[in-house]
Design a protein around this ligand. Structure first.
Ligand SMILES: NC(=O)c1ccc[n+]([C@@H]2O[C@H](COP(=O)([O-])OP(=O)(O)OC[C@H]3O[C@@H](n4cnc5c(N)ncnc54)[C@H](OP(=O)(O)O)[C@@H]3O)[C@@H](O)[C@H]2O)c1
Length: 284
């Protein structure tokens, strides 16, 4: 897993700006709380933000980092390209090599790095052969525009293809995984086999579902109650315990959420608790 194995948990930054009525000061406090608590990976994308257009979330993250009183040299900001956001706020996909090149250069300009620390291909484009998009990612790496490559929303076949094309430059796969969405198990196993990170997106079920995690998933509620912690912390601890390659990236728009979530690192579930959570029923 290379140098990514030192980041057990990251901050998913989409929630910072996606929630209605984005409060910049609260967003900055949230990022600072994450950094104070030891988070060293912040995940964003060119298309994250409350409306159409690009770079809202990337710029918000960078502003918060710039205002942090301590050093942020050790912090990895991962961003993504491959989606487009139309002026009417519709999301679309563009996996053409020329789009990925332009998107990468735009993110570089916004983030102000010489090379992006970790750049994800956001989502396969059904109109474009995956090998072509991966070839474009390889070109970005060879040109020194990105230091590490990741892919997102990829099945095992695509992960293997990406690995063939990107080689050791491929360090992470970012797929959905949570108590309610578990069909990424084969990808987690493959990442473990290949020695690359599996970054679970919407690890609490997504912005709309996260708060109700305990009521939707009885075993998570039961374990949380017995241990006197939040069901969200239990859900993250369960993912961390599943495999050493799993790095959840819970989103947050409040410092309180971050502070609770980081406590999942080192929060050990017993084998019996873990097995109960594994076997608990899930919807979807
Ligand atoms: N690659 C992709 O295609 C893709 C797709 C979706 C998301 N992502 C990534 O995944 C990240 C996370 O996903 P997400 O934001 O959709 O869903 P999520 O992490 O499952 O849920 C986010 C929500 O969880 C709440 N929360 C976080 N920690 C909590 C805690 N300890 N206790 C109670 N509530 C807590 C937050 O509340 P507050 O707002 O109140 O803090 C926020 O509303 C995104 O930010 C993004 O970086 C990637």
């Amino acid at each position: 897993m290379g140098d990514l194995d030192v980041f057990p948990i990251g901050l998913g930054a989409m929630t910072l700006t996606q929630v209605m009525g984005y409060d910049e000061q609260r967003g900055i406090r949230t990022v600072h709380a994450a950094l104070d608590a030891g988070v060293t990976l912040i995940d964003t994308a060119d298309v994250y933000g409350p409306a159409g257009g690009y770079g809202v979330n990337e710029l918000a993250v960078m502003k918060a980092l710039a205002l942090y009183p301590g050093s942020t040299d050790h912090v990895i900001v991962s961003t993504k390209g491959g989606h487009i956001r139309l002026p009417d706020n519709t999301w679309w996909i563009d996996g053409r090599p020329e789009h990925l090149r332009r998107a990468c250069e735009d993110s570089l300009r916004r983030l102000g790095f010489d090379a992006l620390p970790l750049y994800f291909h956001h989502r396969p484009d059904p109109q474009i052969p995956y090998a072509d998009s991966m070839g474009a990612m390889r070109d970005l790496y060879d040109a020194g525009l990105i230091q590490r490559a990741g892919i997102s929303n990829a099945n095992p076949e695509r992960i293997r293809l990406a690995r063939d094309i990107l080689g050791d430059a491929l360090v992470a796969v970012q797929n959905e995984f949570s108590p309610r969405f578990r069909s990424s198990e084969p990808e987690i196993e493959l990442c473990a086999e290949l020695g690359i990170a599996f970054s679970s997106w919407s690890p609490l079920g997504g912005m709309r579902e996260a708060k109700g995690l305990g009521s939707a998933h009885g075993e998570f509620h039961a374990v949380a109650e017995a241990r006197g912690v939040s069901p969200q912390r239990v859900a993250l601890a369960w993912q961390l315990q599943k495999s050493p390659v799993v790095i959840p990236i819970p989103g947050a728009s409040r410092p309180e959420s971050v502070l609770d979530s980081v406590e999942s690192v080192g929060f050990e579930l017993s084998a019996e608790e873990f097995d109960r959570l594994e076997a608990s029923p899930f919807a979807g």
